[in-house]
Each structure stands twice: as structure tokens, then as C-alpha cells.
Ligand binder design. Structure first.
Ligand code: HMN
Length: 292
């Protein structure tokens, strides 16, 4: 798992305007992002609208992606579901499809106890030989530091996707669990902070649309040029803040790709897509932002 690091888009899942899984779009997006130089992919997570897909569709998306990637970069598959049984099935499928790691949000919606959450991750870690990356994200309910440490000690749990802004915990995890426990920072607007706190990589939604910005930040960071990294980060924050204004991030990230000739499709309901007129006006906002 130590080779899974750097800038890792939480890949969008392209759907057609009729909401069907769009194989062509998925392949085009992957090949575009690999061409841009991203270091890995994180499939069917929140950004990938995994929770809006059937079990079979999630498997299909993974199979298409693995076939398109062809081992060129590492792939993490998000297998989270509320039911251990369903998540286990996706874990085994990810393993058989050749994924490099799996990852899962904790079971959510019901207020599961800490013991049940630990049991969930233990079951998934045992379901395949793949390294498991636990996932702390406000959307599923942030877990306390004590719980994270307990989870990190489960055999097979090799890392965490840390999508919270309390980055001192990244530093703490690295010293409490060990330097080889992989940490991926998940708040794009805090990417450089996450790296400075000790993260091995950054996984996020906006890297689908502006991978170059974050590749530049990562590159400068690795070379120790923090001033440059920070200057690019400032531009990145500005763009992300603009992106968050429209209320439908996945639709927007897909639209930005479409404007650049990458057929990333549309989002699935209940997410909304923009009308043509809305897209034209949003596009102008981004052109104006680029010129500043
Ligand atoms: C995933 O699970 O697909 C994503 O990696 C989630 C990712 O961490 C995003 N976080 C949330 O959606 C809460 C971020 O990329 C986020 O969209 C970005 O920082 C903008 O706020």
C-alpha cells in the first residue's frame, strides 16, 4: 500500500442524461486523468455517487475502470454500504477485479455502536487480502480519535482517508500507529495542510476537474518548496470556493470536464444537473476566475 500516494481523484461516475451508467464516459474520464498525471484513483465513493448505484452497477463500474486503468496507476475501491453483507460482497469483487486496496465509510444512518463499527471493519478486513483504508467523513458521522486508533489496529487495516479538518489527528495517527500507516487527506480545500500534517496523499472530488493545480501543489511539497505549494494552494482554494457556490458539486465537476471535451456525463437524481443556460453562465464565471 505504500505505493498508493500522491494526488488521487475520488473518481466521478459518468451517467448519461437518462441516468444510465456511461461506460464510454467513464473510460474517457479515466484516460484523461491518467494523461494529466494523477497518481491513483478512488472509485465509487461519495463523489462517485456509489450510494446512488445498485450493487451490480458498482461492480460494473469497477470492472470497467480496472480494464481501462490496466495497472497503470493504483486503484482503491470504495465498498461501503450500511450492510456488512453487501460491503463484503463488494470487497470480494474488488479483490477479484484486481483492485489495490478497498476503503469504506463506517456503517451509517442507524447509530451503530463503536463495537458494531469495529466489527464491521474487522469483517471487511477479513473478507479479502486487500489492505483496508478506513474512512472518516462528516457525511457518515465523524468518529472520535479513540475509535480511529482501535480501527487502525485491526489486522488488514492499513490506512485512513481522513476527511475532517482537525489535521493534528493526522500527525497523531502517524506517531501513534506508525509511519507506515497510510493517511490520505480528504478535504481538498485543506490539501496542503493535510500534506504538512503528514498525509501520504490527497483524495478528493475537485481533482477530477483541476488535477493540474493539485499535482503542482504535491510536486512542490515533495520538493520542499512550501512557498510555491502555498501559492498554488491559494489559487486552488479560490477555485474550490467558486465550485461550491452552485449547490451541485458532482454535476459541476462533470460539466467542467464536458467543457474541456471529456464526456463525463451527468449526475444522478436526486442530485440536479444544470440547464444549458445555467451551464453557460457558470462557465463564464470560471473563465473570469481564470483571467484574474
Ligand atoms: C469521496 O468519498 O468520493 C470523496 O473523496 C469525498 C471527498 O473527500 C470530498 N468530501 C466530501 O464530499 C465531504 C471532498 O473532495 C470535497 O468535495 C471537497 O473538499 C470540496 O469541499
Amino acid at each position: 500500500i505504500s505505493e498508493i500516494k500522491g494526488v488521487i481523484p475520488a473518481l466521478l461516475t459518468p451517467f448519461t442524461a437518462e441516468e444510465e451508467l456511461d461506460e464510454k464516459g467513464l473510460r474517457a474520464l479515466i484516460s484523461h486523468l491518467i494523461g494529466e498525471g494523477v497518481h491513483g484513483l478512488y472509485l465509487v465513493g461519495s463523489t462517485g455517487e456509489g450510494f446512488l448505484m445498485s450493487q451490480d452497477e458498482r461492480k460494473k463500474a469497477v470492472e470497467i475502470a480496472m480494464d481501462e486503468v490496466k495497472g497503470r496507476i493504483p486503484v482503491i475501491v470504495h465498498v461501503g454500504a450500511i450492510s456488512t453483507r453487501l460491503s463484503k460482497e463488494l470487497t470480494v469483487h474488488a479483490y477479484e477485479s484486481g483492485a489495490d486496496a478497498v476503503s469504506s465509510v463506517p456503517p451509517f444512518y442507524y447509530k451503530f455502536s463503536e463495537e458494531q463499527i469495529i466489527g464491521y471493519y474487522r469483517d471487511l478486513a477479513e473478507a479479502s487480502p486487500l489492505p483496508m483504508i478506513i474512512y472518516n467523513i462528516p457525511l457518515a458521522g465523524i468518529m472520535g480519535y479513540g475509535t480511529l486508533v482501535k480501527l487502525a489496529k485491526i489486522p488488514g487495516v492499513k490506512g485512513i482517508k481522513y476527511t475532517s479538518t482537525t489535521h493534528f489527528e493526522i500527525t497523531q495517527l502517524k506517531s501513534d500507529i506508525g509511519a507506515d500507516f497510510m493517511v490520505y487527506s480528504g478535504a481538498d480545500e485543506m490539501a496542503l495542510s493535510g500534506l504538512l500534517a503528514g498525509s501520504d496523499g490527497i483524495i478528493g472530488s475537485t481533482y477530477n476537474a483541476i488535477p493540474d493545480t493539485f499535482l503542482a501543489i504535491y510536486d512542490a511539497f515533495v520538493k520542499g518548496d512550501i512557498e510555491r505549494a502555498n501559492n498554488v494552494m491559494k489559487q486552488g482554494v479560490e477555485v474550490i470556493m467558486q465550485m461550491l457556490k452552485y449547490g451541485s458539486l458532482m454535476s459541476l465537476l462533470k460539466a467542467i470536464n464536458r467543457w474541456a471535451g471529456v464526456p463525463a456525463g451527468y449526475a444522478r437524481k436526486p442530485f440536479s444537473n444544470f440547464t444549458e443556460a445555467e451551464e453557460a453562465s457558470i462557465r463564464k464565471d470560471f473563465v473570469a476566475l481564470k483571467k484574474r
